[in-house]
Design a protein around this ligand. Structure first.
Ligand code: CTP
Ligand code: MG
Length: 335
């Protein structure tokens, strides 16, 4: 059925130009949106010192507003660190924020409890957690990947944009995958090109024994962030953005073995589910994407059999459109 490995040269160039055009005109965050985020963080900091004057609370911004993969419309992800464990009860923060006309919604029983905020004045959304610092490290990891090769940012943002347009980017309410899971998938794809575009940043895999490290409550946070040297890494690969997107769709439409394989960015390769003990028990282990630091977590856990089938059909649809000469805009047509 023509799952050919290459696009005709003319189409590949055209597709690359279309992706870059969308990236520059619609995905790259505007100066105004960056200013609004800054204003929100300042306002939030003022609320904290006003409401909790006795407590020392640090504000860390993480996620797409700082990892280079956010758009004008991305939310602001914030982690508060404090020794005042009372604040880990997110209803405490919630109560304070309400006085300032913020619309809030608590998700207290999630793995990471959060307060979701909508600020009607600045028209911006934010997710706040308290003392969950692991995301600060994976944010720094993503910043590192983005800095290594100029194709990373437009490629990953083009993938994220497609997932949002096609409504397969909503782990919490849609039963599909989070942005973070998609970003892992896209970066891993760039690690597994031949020759690779992105390196493995993590030390060789002691943490394959995830259950032991989880039990010990230990997470190895180290990774290679020597960006100046790592920039040399992907030079031998000259694949275009257009070709990469086409090959990405083909890989997850037809080549990836959902039943047996695990996407591992930590190792820069596929692992076997059996190797991780993810081949038994839990029916939710259908699309397996290993969290690079907390390797016992599957970022694909939010998608069930039906939604994974839907995601796979989206890959097939996108692939067919490009194969038949359609544009990136056609691929991203909204429902
Ligand atoms: N995160 C995580 N584990 C998850 C989901 C998210 O550690 N299962 C962390 C990651 O650091 C991620 C951040 O939370 O970058 C924000 O998650 P999310 O809002 O889903 O992704 P963003 O990268 O911020 O993308 P978007 O632009 O869609 O907001
Ligand atoms: Mg976010």
């Amino acid at each position: 059925v023509g799952r050919r490995a290459v696009l005709p040269a003319g189409l590949e160039k055209l597709l690359t130009a279309q992706i870059l055009h969308t990236y520059e005109t619609r995905l790259f965050p505007s100066a105004e949106s960056i200013e609004v985020k800054r204003a929100f963080i300042e306002k939030f900091a003022t609320i904290l010192v006003t409401e909790f004057p006795e407590w020392e609370v640090d504000i860390h911004v993480f996620g797409s507003s700082v990892n280079g993969l956010g758009t004008s419309r991305s939310d602001v992800d914030i982690c508060l660190t404090t020794e005042h464990r009372e604040l880990e009860d997110i209803f405490v923060l919630n109560k304070a924020l309400r006085k300032y006309h913020m619309r809030t919604y608590c998700i207290p029983r999630a793995r990471v409890p959060i307060v979701k905020i909508w600020d009607p004045e600045l028209r911006i959304a934010s997710d706040i957690n308290v003392n969950n610092t692991i995301a600060l490290h994976n944010t720094r990891m993503l910043q590192t990947f983005v800095a290594i090769d100029g194709r990373v940012r437009p490629f990953v943002m083009a993938v994220k944009h497609w997932t949002k347009c096609r409504e397969i980017n909503d782990a919490a309410f849609g039963g599909t995958l989070s942005s973070y899971a998609w970003v892992n998938l896209a970066i891993h794809f760039l690690q597994t090109r031949s020759p690779p575009i992105l390196p493995v940043l993590h030390p060789p895999a002691p943490s394959l024994d995830a259950d032991a490290s989880r039990a010990a409550g230990e997470v190895d946070l180290s990774f290679n962030d020597d960006i100046a040297r790592l920039r040399e890494y992907g030079r031998a690969n000259t694949e275009s953005l257009g070709f990469l997107l086409y090959a990405f769709f083909r890989t997850y439409a037809y080549e990836f073995d959902y039943r047996h394989q695990v996407v591992s960015l930590r190792n820069g390769c596929y692992l076997a589910k059996a190797q991780k003990g993810w081949d038994t028990g839990r029916p939710a282990r259908i699309f397996c994407i290993e969290e690079p630091f907390s390797t016992w977590l599957n970022l694909g856990h939010s998608a069930n059999t039906v939604s994974v089938e839907g995601i796979r059909r989206e890959f097939q649809r996108a692939f067919s459109i490009l194969r038949d000469g359609g544009s990136y805009d056609n691929v991203c047509e909204v429902y």
